[in-house]
Design a protein around this ligand. Structure first.
Ligand code: HEC
Length: 141
């Protein structure tokens, strides 16, 4: 049985030991993990513009990226490889709102440049290493 003093040392030692490990892992994630997994070197002005359009037009009001957003419409983290750029371009300004399976999207009015920005954003997101997220199959077919 530990004395009170031993228990204190045990508690403090354990707390400090694991806090140091936690901080070291956090620093490693920030300096190495995140830039590598997100391919930060591939971030271009165009991707940033696409992300801006994503935020500005409330795509997250219906969709998710990396699980973040609303669950009305499909997860879009891997939409670039799942559907390809032409499909994405078609969906965005589809007359009457895209909705082949019942639920409807908003009809947007993006210019050709804006569509390319959004496609570039999805392409960049698609390349992120997310340790297997989203799990296969990404959507019920
Ligand atoms: C009002 C809700 C809503 C909003 C807002 C919305 N979408 Fe959608 N979107 C949908 C629905 C619903 C579908 C799926 C239609 C289907 O295939 O059944 C869809 C489909 C898509 C698809 C094809 C996904 C796939 O796997 O087939 C893409 C890409 C997409 N949306 C991009 C966007 C972008 C970019 C924005 C913002 C500019 C946006 N959406 C805003 C509802 C929405």
């Amino acid at each position: 049985m530990l004395s009170k003093r031993q228990a204190k040392i045990f508690f403090l030692g354990g707390t400090i030991f694991f806090a140091v490990i936690f901080l070291a892992l956090s620093v490693d994630s920030l300096l190495n993990g995140i830039p590598k997994n997100t391919n930060a070197h591939l971030l271009t002005e165009q991707v940033a513009r696409g992300k801006y359009l994503w935020e500005r037009n409330n795509c997250m009001g219906c969709h998710t990226i990396m699980g973040e957003g609303a669950y009305y419409a499909p997860e879009l983290t891997r939409v670039y490889s799942r559907r390809g750029p032409d499909y994405i371009r078609t969906v965005l300004n589809f007359e009457g709102g895209w909705g082949p399976r019942g639920r409807k999207m908003v009809q947007y009015n993006f210019s050709d440049n804006e569509k390319e920005d959004i496609v570039a954003f999805f392409e960049w997101v698609n390349k992120m290493d997310l340790n297997g997220f989203p799990a296969d199959p990404p959507l019920k077919q």
